[in-house]
Design a protein around this ligand. Sequence first.
Ligand code: FAD
Ligand code: EPU
Length: 352
Amino acid sequence: MNVNNNVNLKPFHTFGIDMPCDVLVEATTIEDIMAVYRNPEWESLPKLILGKGSNVLFTEPFHGVVIINQLLGKSITVEEDGILLTVSGGEDWPSLVEWSLEQGLSGLENLAMIPGCAGSAPIQNIGAYGVEFKDVCSYVDYVDLTTFKRVRLSAEECRFDYRDSIFKHELLGRVMIVEVGLKLPTTWAPTLTYGPLKADKDLLTTPREVFDLVCDIRGTKLPDPQVTGNAGSFFKNPIISSESFQTLQALYPELTGYPVTDGVKIAAGWLIDRCGLKGHQIGGAQVHPQQALVIVNVGEATATDILELAWFIKLAVKDKYGVELEHEVRFFDSQQETRLEAIFAQSQPFSH
Ligand code: FAD
Ligand code: EPU
């Protein structure tokens, strides 16, 4: 276990913003994690578990212990009804996807290039190009941070939904995910339902071809965090009632929606784009000129720049369409998780 005090979190989150934390621990074993929570010196300090920091924004210096998940290890078991991949929580997700293809396995190709750790993937039920984590999940193992018991949840018990799971609700802040079990098919069952994949359906004859196409599309749409700081989609795609969708579509016939169980999902990127906000900039924070759903750090953005831009976007979309955007990115202040709405609750709209 590697422990350092007064660490700049810049290299530990993909927005790449300077922000200090009091203590940073790199945990390579479950015993390391238990030792952090049992350490009397740190007992009263807030604690935050981090994977690759690709879905977080630190809004203030963090006065607590940041624990980096570095639990490594993966194995393949051939079972009667498929292949089971057993993956430790700190394994890098995009590398895992590539490795699975190299092993001749399929099932993860649509989820290529999603930054982060395998142990973070269940939290927001990562998804892209027609596949979500829930579709390949067999189980999720966590360690309860109070009892230190290891618990296994089935995919059903994780209560996965769009960018959601039990880990954002009942288990929020109470557990560390240490392992995931992924169930992959023995013969390829492609998912080619999402727009650009559907268009090329007949040309896509192997998992590798799907992987390559997904990588190509992502490369053109999403900025590389190694080059330009960002955390992927900043907001979730809103789900609105069928009635609200019909009203909006009457006003904006080009608006498309996807029916889901509790309404119609519409594209937040489209809404932001049609507010004319592509390229809009506040300080070092900018609405990505190619993908309006992504906020980028174009230089020395501060957390305040990002927050002000996010709030500006939220107000603009609400004003024009009456639709409430909810941020997907997780915010942390000096002690705990917080939300955009809480930060700006008392403030007046900006004039940017
Ligand atoms: P972090 O950002 O480190 O943590 C996220 C949250 O999970 C935090 O609240 C943290 O405290 C908590 N956490 C992390 N690890 C654990 C653990 N082991 N136990 C308990 N809590 C934990 N997401 C998609 O769904 N689809 C996409 O297509 C997609 N594309 C992206 C593209 C880019 C360029 C970027 C930067 C992000 C993208 N994302 C996407 C978002 C991101 O990749 C996912 O949310 C990813 O799962 C985050 O993993 P992480 O390890 O970086 O988590
Ligand atoms: N659109 C615009 N202008 C824009 C951006 C998008 O008009 O600036 C329109 C597109 O033309 C398209 C629609 O919005 O009709 C949807 O766009 P896209 O296919 O690029 O997907 P998205 O809704 O922006 C979602 C996920 C991504 C995921 C992709 C692919 C969310 C919040 N985002 O993006 O996930 O990779 O679909 O499946 O659900 C993430 O969560 O961080 C993320 C990147």
